[in-house]
Design a protein around this ligand. Structure first.
Ligand SMILES: *Cc1c(COP(=O)(O)O)cnc(C)c1O
Length: 480
């Protein structure tokens, strides 16, 4: 048996790398990253390819190893080429993020050391780093001491946990779920609708409250609806407001909604996945006034803090409520319960083993300081205003309301013919050109294009390029 073990050990040893292997891997990876970043300004924002990355299947997993060189080539041609390029500053579709380089280094370090950040006992320092990130975001929202939270993979999971905490805090029983009511608007992110299902509240009523002409929740209508629901014996459960809707960038009147939630004793959640980090700016603070009245909030560092994908956060004003909803003990974890100075992420979320997500947020904030983030966010707000003013110089352009944050929407109305067909064609043309990327949406039966500025690499020259591409494409399509 010992001989057999030794033989297996010899084969398994290949999983460990030598110092020389590591040097060569990291150098090749660093070169790859460097080539990617140094050519980024020339790379298209979108590549509409025929093969759609099918080449990855040409290298199936095998018993035998494959060279890193060959794999990097596959990454280059099949992964980092086709489709959308979210690292590009010319990506202004959906909600951009970016991918700060120090976060990549943090991910590397987190993976090499593989600290276990589920429980405080196992990696106290790492958990402190995560809790520091959460405290910093709680301060940003304006939550008091005693607030808590969890670093999630993104805003969708944060919203889901938020809804579950609201459900649990209300104390309602499953037999009453069909009488529960959740208040939101039609512009709420669709992950909230999914969360309602995951939270077992499929039979609950999702009320979409009417919006004003800026696509913000009408608070009078909200309060009336809550009252009439109560009169009918329904159970108002939670208000899900948005601080920056994904589609249009609208911020619901949080201050007033907070008062209504208070008057009627409802859980008030703010989905600030997109807009939350604008709280670092004076403008954002004004627009999101009252956000501190909420009971919980979602905020996405992989959006407004420009981190690579994989970073969202749920923040909860009364940390006990998050803990009560999410914690569970297990016999085999009994040794870990003696370390209680700091909250353990596993007690505040459905996750146990997880990536050390805090490091990718902590490192850039430490290395750069907060100031450049604030400046970048102010820059994005101004770039959007600039675009909004400039696009109106093109004859035939019709714009949506003045942007509250960093999303502007508009459409071209041709003198003759179907405007929707024109704008669909316009967005297709922009995608097949690929130099810049914008996405489209529809609103009240009309197709709109939208510009969302949130990549930290988007600057004035990119917005000017977007304007000139738009002008050119409109001319070309109009001339047909
Ligand atoms: C992006 C977004 C979400 C979803 O977050 P993910 O990080 O993509 O899971 C939810 N709500 C709003 C307002 C968003 O912008």
């Amino acid at each position: 048996m010992e001989q057999q073990i030794k033989e297996l050990e010899r084969q398994a040893q290949k999983l460990e790398t030598t110092a020389q292997d590591r040097k060569s891997l990291i150098n090749q990876a660093a070169d790859y990253g460097e080539n990617f970043l140094s050519s980024l300004s020339e790379q298209p924002a979108y590549v509409d390819s025929e093969s759609m990355g099918k080449g990855v299947y040409e290298l199936p997993f095998d018993e035998k190893p494959t060279d890193f060189d060959q794999l990097l080539n596959v990454l280059k041609s099949e992964v980092d080429k086709p489709g959308l390029n979210p690292a590009s500053g010319k990506h202004t579709g959906y909600i951009p993020g970016g991918g700060l380089y120090p976060s990549a280094i943090a991910d590397y370090l987190a993976a090499v050391t593989n600290r276990y950040t589920g429980v405080f006992f196992s990696s106290p320092g790492a958990v402190r780093i995560e809790n520091m990130c959460i405290r910093w975001m709680n301060d940003l929202i304006g939550y008091p001491d005693g607030a808590s939270g969890n670093l999630t993979s993104g805003g969708s999971i944060a919203n889901l946990i938020g809804l579950v905490v609201a459900r649990d805090d209300s104390g309602i029983k499953a037999e009453d779920f069909n009488r529960a009511v959740i208040y939101t608007t039609r512009q709420v992110h669709h992950c909230v609708v999914k969360a309602v299902k995951f939270a077992g509240l499929r039979e609950a009523t999702l009320r979409t409250i009417p919006m004003d002409d800026h696509y913000r929740m009408k608070t009078d209508a909200l309060e009336e609806q809550i009252k009439s629901d109560k009169d009918e014996g329904l159970i108002p459960l939670t208000i899900f407001a948005s601080a920056g809707t994904t589609d249009l960038g609208a911020v619901d009147p949080l201050d007033k909604i907070g008062d209504i939630a208070d008057r009627h004793n409802l859980w008030f959640h703010v989905d600030a996945a997109y807009g939350g980090f604008f709280l670092l700016t004076d403008h954002g603070k004004k627009v999101m006034k009252g956000i501190e009245k909420s009971d919980s909030a979602t905020i996405d560092p992989h959006k407004g803090l420009f981190l690579p994908y994989g970073s969202g956060a749920l923040l909860v004003k009364d940390g006990e409520k998050l803990y009560d909803s999410q914690h569970m003990s297990a016999n085999y974890l009994q040794d870990t319960y003696k370390a209680t100075e700091e909250a353990s992420p596993a007690d505040l979320s459905p996750e146990l083993s997880k990536h050390f997500r805090g490091l990718r947020m902590w490192l850039p904030l430490q290395l750069f300081g907060v100031q450049p983030f604030r400046a970048a966010l102010d820059e994005k707000l101004l770039l959007t205003r600039y675009f909004y003013d400039e696009i109106q110089q093109i004859e035939g352009i019709e714009v949506g309301p003045e942007p509250e944050l960093s999303i502007a929407f508009f459409r071209y109305v041709p003198e003759t013919g179907d405007a929707n067909a024109f704008n669909k064609k316009l967005v297709d043309e922009i995608h097949s050109d690929g130099r810049v990327f914008l996405s489209s949406t529809h609103l009240n039966g009309m197709v709109y294009l939208r510009l969302a500025v949130l990549n930290f690499r988007t600057h004035l020259e990119d917005v000017d390029l977007i304007l000139s591409v738009l002008k050119k494409k409109i001319q070309e399509l109009g001339a047909l």
